[in-house]
Design a protein around this ligand. Structure first.
Ligand code: 0RA
Length: 633
């Protein structure tokens, strides 16, 4: 851009982009895989805004073979004429000025604002190269940038019969830890966006694998709820759908109940998944509790029952998606995903109360079901409370008692210690002998582990397989789970690599996810990976963890005089071998259990542990990466 004069504005622009490159985490949350994918969402958000303004119905995202990604929409096209008093095309302002986004179109609020709404200029600043093509006024316009800086003036490169915008960018590999996009990662969020913005067609294509996903849901968030409940037995077929508008805030919710006991509410504000909840969530809960309880009262359904349903009784077995769109969202909390706007609480609770009352009046069958379920929930809560009191008396906190089978470690400082949950008594015995007892504790598990997906909390608390785990960890469960009381830093599941072992591992993970979620979210849960084979040649021993690795080692050492032993289970290893392969921090392989996306993980556990068998088989065949397992040593 030899022609450009460095006006004060230009310098400001360069300063802005420089700030983004210096501290990318401030703008996109980080430079890991998550931050990388955030770039795509940022560009897509602009197209979603164009769609919500009513000008666009299709967004196509393509992962190209050269590692770039393009996002194309059929909206009006970003304006190309000179912007305001500045001598720069509007599109260049959008691409280079922080937060310029849709600012010159203030008729509608920018729904994608907030967490993601940093603007496409941030994507530009963090891209090795970004190309924008605009289809408008019968022409195709083009301009490109390198690390945010325009490389030429915008120019007309052809004719067009349509309108729209296409942004293609290739992330800067000096900024990001990885620049490889994941189809599955993108797919989860794009599907979510299609649910949240009913009718919009979102297409995701991968040029390399030739995979294509098409998302378009005329049912919007009701389709979302059905998707989440896909493999659960629902107690009524059509989700309840409620929406309303008040003081410029739009709110909608879809509710369906299943035969389970979990409460699962996914909340969104301006399309952002508010993991930490906030005022829209509290407003929804308040409105729901009030509506159901007033229905129960008016119908005198409680008769002479002593307990009144609480909010959580009413939400037992409920799957819901709530979505609010507001003009000036404020976020707080650790991950800035908690909606803060105080006015939203009252707005949402009054919409929900009013509209749910109408629904209950018009749908007496479903209304009765919900009321009865709530009353039943209240009764079992009472039972659970009694059970808990019993357990608490027995618990570590009060009596200091630890489970009989636990071989505890001697160090007291929980940040230094680990506990192995070991499948089977014989492996448990070897582990007890082979461990380093100062910091490693062993708890053998035996028999049939309870499927906590299908049990109420009182049953979980009293289960003789689960109770030792709760007592050993020492941090309680459910709403009373307190991670600061955790007795070990690492909780390591050690099971055989066969189907039974995987089943036990999954049951334990389900239990942790449902009843000790912070344990998983804060990265305390690991899976030990015992070797599958021992390849021995002379005195040299190689423990290997897969068939491929075995073949590689065999090729390296040569087959003559080589002996291969296959381990069928942990029980076949003696104490020394167990130490060498699976316990020794220097040599073992541990996989950290990580939750990338709580909504998808929730669905996954439902499928893995829920009622229906066929979807589970299909799911395991297809994928299981939402509890993403990253290998660390
Ligand atoms: C402001 C005004 C107009 C279009 C857009 C923004 C726009 C931005 C993006 C970003 C991605 N796709 C987009 N599509 C449109 C149009 C103003 C007019 O034509 O009157």
């Amino acid at each position: 851009m030899a022609e450009t004069k460095y006006t004060a504005d230009n310098i400001k622009v360069l300063k802005g982009l420089e700030a983004v490159r210096k501290r990318p985490a401030m703008y996109i949350g980080g430079t890991t895989e998550r931050g990388l994918h955030h770039l795509v969402y940022e560009v897509v958000d602009n197209s979603i805004d164009e769609a919500l303004a009513g000008y666009c119905d299709t967004i196509t995202i393509v992962m190209h073979a050269n590692g770039s990604v393009s996002v194309e929409d059929n909206g009006r096209g970003i304006p190309v004429e000179k912007h305001g008093s500045e001598n720069i095309p509007a599109v260049q302002v959008v691409m280079t000025v922080l937060h310029a986004g849709g600012k010159f179109d203030d008729k509608s609020y920018k729904v994608s604002g907030g967490l993601h709404g940093v603007g496409v200029s941030v994507v530009n600043a963090l891209s090795k190269r970004l190309d924008v093509e605009i289809y408008r006024d019968g022409k195709v316009y083009h301009q490109y940038y390198e690390i945010g800086v325009p490389q030429k003036e915008i120019e007309v490169i052809g004719k067009s019969t349509t309108t729209g915008t296409k942004v293609t960018f290739i992330p800067d590999d000096t900024i990001f830890e990885t620049t490889v996009f994941s189809f599955d990662y993108l797919s989860v969020r794009l599907r979510e966006l299609a649910f949240l913005n009913k009718g919009i067609k979102i297409v995701l294509k991968d040029e390399i694998s030739e995979k294509v996903h098409n998302f378009q849901y005329e049912g919007g968030i009701s389709s979302f709820v059905k998707y989440l409940n896909e493999n659960k037995k629902v107690i009524f077929e059509d989700p309840i759908y409620i929406c309303g508008e008040k003081e410029g805030t739009e709110f909608e919710v879809s509710i369906q109940y299943n035969e389970g006991f979990q409460e699962s509410i996914s909340s969104f504000a301006n399309n952002i998944n508010t993991i930490e909840g906030g005022t829209h969530l509290s407003g929804f809960k308040a409105g729901l509790t009030r509506a159901i309880n007033s229905y129960i009262k008016i119908g005198n359904l409680l008769k002479n029952e002593k307990v009144t349903p609480s909010g959580s009784d009413i939400r037992e077995g409920m799957t819901a998606v709530i979505s609010v769109k507001l003009s000036d969202p404020q976020f707080e909390g650790q991950t800035k995903t908690k909606l803060q706007n105080s006015e939203i609480d009252g707005i949402v609770s009054s919409i929900v109360y009013e509209k749910l009352n109408e629904f209950l009046e018009e749908n007496p069958k479903v209304a009765k079901l919900l009321a009865m379920k709530a009353i039943l929930g209240a009764r079992s809560r009472e039972a659970a409370r009694k059970a808990r009191e019993l357990t608490r008396r027995k618990s570590v906190l009060e009596s200091g008692s630890l489970p009989g089978k636990l071989a505890d470690c001697s160090i007291q400082d929980p940040s230094q210690t680990e506990i192995f949950l070991v499948e089977g008594d014989s492996a448990g015995g070897s582990a007890k002998m082979g461990r380093e007892r100062t910091f490693q504790a062993i708890l053998p598990l035996w028999g049939k582990m309870l499927n906590t997906e299908k049990a109420r909390i009182d049953k979980v608390l009293n289960n003789d397989k689960i109770q030792p785990v709760i007592l050993a960890l020492g941090a309680g469960i459910g709403e009373e789970f307190d991670i600061s009381k955790l007795r070990y830093d690492k909780v390591i599941i050690m099971a055989d690599a066969d189907v039974d072992g995987q089943h036990i591992a999954t049951l334990l993970l389900t239990f942790f996810f449902r009843y000790m979620r912070p344990l998983v979210e804060e990265g305390h849960v690991y899976i030990a990976k015992p070797p599958l084979f021992l390849v021995r040649k002379g005195k040299k021993k190689h423990y290997v963890h897969s068939v491929e690795e075995r073949n590689k080692v065999l090729a390296e050492v040569g087959s003559k005089g080589t002996h291969v032993q296959r381990y069928k289970g942990l029980g076949e290893m003696n104490a020394d071998q167990l130490w060498e392969t699976t316990l020794d921090p220097e040599k073992r392989i541990l996989t950290l259990v990580q939750i990338d996306d709580a909504i998808e993980a929730d669905r996954m556990f439902t499928i893995l542990m829920g009622d229906e068998v066929e979807p589970r088989r299909k799911f395991i065949e297809e994928n299981a990466h939402y509890v993403d397992i990253n290998e660390i040593s």
